[in-house]
Write a protein that binds this ligand. Structure first.
Ligand code: GDP
Length: 501
């Protein structure tokens, strides 16, 4: 059980074992200096990763927005010719989908930037504003692409069917890997519904060509980082950065996504008021997308079965037995249950269950839910701040029960360094037995990697039916030399997916 505030405040602890750069203003980003008090990581970043991050910060400062190099590089885009006036290269991430999806895609894009010596910039879209969620991660610079940029008009049209996305250009012979001179910029669509032609992004031959292109614009909502571990181009470098493969998001996420002061206030006030004093904290994340197909009572039954089978929370007494009510206070252990859900009924149900009857162990259970927003909202910044606060609160728990397929849950588990219990019912109408299983690792899943054999087998018309876990053998189409069966496995939930373990 990890308890908060047990660590000493050495500078290295404060900066998460050297992950964060020293020397920044404490007031502008309180979480940078206070996070370690709430959760200590059991995983140390490697010296290779730390030095790569410090070098990256220098690169970002030299090439970032408003610098001379940045201006020169954009002049190349305006002129349409690559000159030798700027040696800076960029990867611009453009958003789609909810916050969890965006965060896993940003982390993957940052890893891509580290591996290819590019500067990561985020497209700043006002209607899905992320400006107030995070502190700026890179010292003395910004990671937002200024609004005044030459890509804006194209970005409005950029989607799956965009004629000039790289996959389409390759398919239609408008470009190939020996095109000279290379273009100044290219668009890549690698979101969940991408097409087969877009998957060239994951081929070494295309990556070799892309190194010559100064500006790459990526639209993604996927955690595509695991696939780099299967590519010759990146394997060696990744081994140096991540001797432990299952910590990629844990380190990159804690580095990139420091809660803004507003979010940090929501996190710490809730934590200090309701979670800090408990002996154990249990986070329960209930994400139901298909609400019609999954009645709350079915989901509730499965949650309770999972609590009981996996001993996540104690059962309650079958009958009211007053002799079990503790006579001396503080004798029993207290457990705080944090519920994250768009809906209130799970919280109400679990809370009244533990209020109405004593537990068989005598443990005292408190149940709390920070918000219930009812539906997923776009373009509402406070909605995003609450979601981000709840992901953090879940990550500060000792035990997690998450919902399969949910990137919201993935963020919480990997920031917290936790292998969650994963509940199946929330995403499918099929009853699962057992209703939950423990995840193979804390890493997020790459839901739609470029594999074909197994997918073809499970394609019904135009739709996929996801096979049961273990039905798709890992690494079906992969070159034996680059595959790493020990560290890349199929996911527990998206059975075509890949995850690092
Ligand atoms: P996913 O759809 O589960 O993979 O997660 P995403 O984060 O990508 O999208 C879901 C979005 O719905 C979140 O970003 C929130 O805006 C909202 N949402 C879903 N579940 C919760 C929850 O438990 N609490 C809050 N505050 N928002 C939620």
């Amino acid at each position: 059980v990890n308890k908060p505030a047990q660590t000493t405040s050495s500078p290295s602890n404060k900066l998460l074992g050297g992950l964060l750069a020293p020397g920044l203003d404490e007031q502008s980003c309180l979480s940078r200096y206070q996070y370690f008090r709430y959760r200590k990581s059991s995983y140390k970043p490697s010296s290779g990763l730390i030095s790569r991050l410090r070098n990256y910060e220098q690169l970002h400062k030299r090439c970032g927005p408003y610098t001379e190099s940045y201006n020169k590089s954009l002049q190349q885009v305006h002129s349409g010719h690559i000159g030798n006036s700027s040696d800076c290269k960029y990867v611009v991430w453009t958003p789609s989908n909810g916050l969890g999806n965006r965060m896993i895609a940003i982390a993957s894009s940052f890893l891509y930037a580290l591996l290819t010596n590019r500067v990561l910039l985020l497209q700043h879209v006002t209607d899905i504003d992320m400006a107030d969620l995070f502190c700026e991660p890179f010292p003395n610079s910004t990671w937002f692409l200024p609004m005044d940029n030459p890509f804006n008009n194209e970005l409005k049209k950029f989607n799956k069917v965009y004629r000039y996305k790289y996959g389409n250009m390759v398919m239609n012979n408008m470009i190939n890997t020996s095109t000279e001179p290379p273009p100044t910029h290219l668009y890549h669509y690698i979101s969940f519904d991408y097409e087969d032609q877009d998957k060239v992004f994951y081929q070494d031959e295309h990556q070799a060509f892309l190194t010559k292109v100064p500006w790459l614009i990526l639209k993604s909502d996927e955690y595509y980082a695991p696939y780099f571990f299967l590519m010759k181009t990146f394997r060696q470098e990744l081994d140096k950065l991540f001797p432990r493969k299952d910590t990629v998001f844990h380190h990159l996420g804690r580095y990139l996504f420091l809660p803004s002061n507003e979010a940090w206030g929501l996190i710490t006030r809730f934590y200090d008021a309701y979670l800090a004093k408990a002996d154990e904290r249990i986070g329960v994340q209930i994400r139901v997308v298909d609400t019609k197909g999954n009645p709350p009572q079915n989901i509730m039954d499965e949650i309770l079965t999972c609590f009981s089978r996996e001993k996540i929370l104690p059962d309650i007494m079958e009958t009211q037995n007053s002799s079990m009510v503790p006579t001396v206070r503080n004798q029993n252990s207290t457990k705080a249950v944090l519920i994250a859900s768009l809906f209130p009924q799970y919280y109400e149900n679990i809370r009244s269950r533990y209020w109405s009857r004593p537990t068989v162990t005598g443990d005292v259970i408190g149940v709390y839910q920070p918000s219930h927003e009812e539906y997923q909202q776009f373009g509402n910044n406070m909605h995003n701040v609450k979601a981000w606060a709840e992901m953090n609160l879940l990550s500060l728990c000792d035990v997690l029960l998450t919902s399969s397929w949910s990137t919201f849950g993935y963020i919480a588990q990997s920031l917290g360094g936790l292998k969650p219990w994963m509940l199946y019912t929330t995403d499918s109408r099929v009853k699962h037995d057992p209703p939950c299983r423990q995840a193979l690792s804390m890493e997020p899943c790459f839901h739609f990697p470029p594999i074909h054999d197994c997918q073809a087998k499970y394609k019904v018309g135009n739709r996929f039916v996801f096979p049961p876990f273990n039905d798709c053998k890992p690494h079906v189409n992969l070159d034996a030399e680059t595959s790493d069966p020990d560290h890349v496995k199929h996911c527990e939930d998206a059975t075509f997916g890949y995850k690092l373990v």
